[in-house]
Design a protein around this ligand. Structure first.
Ligand SMILES: NC(=O)c1ccc[n+]([C@@H]2O[C@H](COP(=O)([O-])OP(=O)(O)OC[C@H]3O[C@@H](n4cnc5c(N)ncnc54)[C@H](OP(=O)(O)O)[C@@H]3O)[C@@H](O)[C@H]2O)c1
Length: 222
């Protein structure tokens, strides 16, 4: 499978690029700065320059053309409300429109638990982030794409152990980025997860089994 990663140089993106290559897929990683080329290439993925804010839909569609799937794991990462709106919100809309235009039907969005850490008093910026993430989910569910929305718990670095919990509704817990990357690789290859919102945390179930169990619980998809 030929996968296009938006947010390829990020914490999840880098690990996902490496996991896809190990799995035998090919990956193209969109990056904003030339210094990121080397780390993407080291994982075996192909770097391509691009920016969700600067690129037009047609420019993005031209980059996506010829791929089987898009994974959107970009984020403004605390750079302010406006960038959150432009990247986590409008960026998803732009990428989904470009994917449809390029004929790339499969689209995985890394979102967040809707209830995520709301009780911790993170303030207006965090509330805005959660609202924008929710808006992006709503937008994607109204497209004709074969979307999968993945809601991970709080992300941690550190080696993954390949054990997760995955389901349509979970209590929020942390997840290591490497485990999340493993989940996304497996989910990309299971058509029965199409048009499903899945919550995922670190847990006790091997990733392949966890994905198969979610797929069974939602039934066959197109
Ligand atoms: N942190 C958490 O606990 C948590 C929990 C749930 C969900 N999430 C979500 O998980 C996703 C991945 O998280 P992460 O830790 O991998 O984030 P990250 O390390 O901050 O990576 C985000 C990536 O998005 C890229 N990006 C930002 N603006 C862009 C633009 N205009 N065009 C193209 N790419 C752009 C960044 O590029 P540069 O490298 O050039 O800056 C970066 O590589 C995010 O969507 C985040 O909201 C995070």
């Amino acid at each position: 499978m030929k996968v296009f990663l938006i947010g390829a140089a990020g914490g999840v993106g880098r690990r996902l690029a490496a996991a896809l290559i190990v799995h035998g897929d090919s990956a193209t990683g969109m990056i904003r700065s030339p210094e990121q080329c080397e780390s993407i290439a080291q994982s075996g993925a192909t770097p391509i320059a691009g920016d969700l804010i600067e690129d037009s839909i047609d420019e993005l569609a031209a980059k996506l053309a010829g791929h089987d799937a898009v994974v959107f794991t970009a984020g403004a990462h605390g750079t302010g409300r406006d960038f959150t709106t432009l990247i986590d919100g409008k960026g998803v809309e732009k990428a989904a429109t470009a994917a449809a235009r390029a004929g790339v039907s499969q689209f995985v969005l890394v979102s967040a638990f809707a209830y995520s850490e709301r009780d911790k008093g993170f303030g207006d910026g965090f509330e805005h982030y959660i609202r924008v993430k929710r808006g992006a989910e709503i937008y994607l569910t109204r497209t004709d794409l074969n979307w999968i929305i993945v809601r991970p718990g709080h992300l941690l670095d550190g080696a993954g152990d390949g054990l997760i919990s995955a389901g349509l509704a979970l209590r929020e817990k942390d997840i290591r980025r490497e485990n999340l990357a493993g989940f996304i690789v497996e989910a990309l290859h299971n058509r029965d997860l199409n048009r499903t919102i899945v919550e995922v945390t670190d847990g006790q179930t091997p990733i392949a089994q966890a994905v198969a169990e979610v797929a069974r619980s939602v039934g066959p998809r197109r």
